[in-house]
Design a protein. Structure first.
Length: 157
């Protein structure tokens, strides 16, 4: 059986830590960026469509809701369903990513605002009954459709 996304096992979860151990509930912060590679065939294709081939196919941003017992959420944009927000525990237990890289800006205040902005943007649309559609054209010049790395650009913009 494959480990959950954040099993804390190197090299499947990579974080800048000397110990090479990672406990998401302890170590993640609002505004952290998750760069992942899924275990589906299409993930391999996505990892190769950029200017450089990579070992990753997806990005999302973390929001830590300080008003809800510090619950973590992931704001993401998926091909199949558009932009969504879901509890990070659901992502951790269901996605079974092959690898996950956690990245963090040094400016924690900026990251916290970006995490909240990305969460609020996607949650507002989802709560209205319609997810923001996936941007298959990967066009950064509009926000009517969003792809995963575009969501991060908007959140930190």
């Amino acid at each position: 059986m494959q480990e959950p996304t954040f099993a804390g096992v190197y090299p499947n979860t990579i974080a800048s830590s000397v110990e090479k151990s990672f406990e998401w509930e302890r170590d993640l912060k609002s505004g952290d960026i998750l760069i992942t590679k899924g275990n589906f065939f299409f993930s391999g294709s996505l990892a190769k469509i950029g200017v450089q081939d990579t070992h990753f196919s997806h990005q999302g941003i973390i929001y830590k809701d300080h008003e809800r017992d510090n619950q973590f959420f992931a704001a993401e944009a998926h091909l199949e369903i558009g932009a969504t927000v879901r509890p990070l525990s659901v992502m951790n237990n269901n996605d079974r990513n092959v690898r996950t890289l956690v990245m963090r800006f040094k400016d924690e205040a900026l990251s916290d605002r970006a995490g909240k902005y990305g969460y609020d943007l996607v949650k507002k649309a989802s709560d209205s009954g319609v997810n923001i559609p996936y941007d298959f054209w990967m066009n950064f010049d509009e926000e009517e459709y969003i792809f995963c790395s575009e969501l991060l650009t908007i959140a930190f913009g």
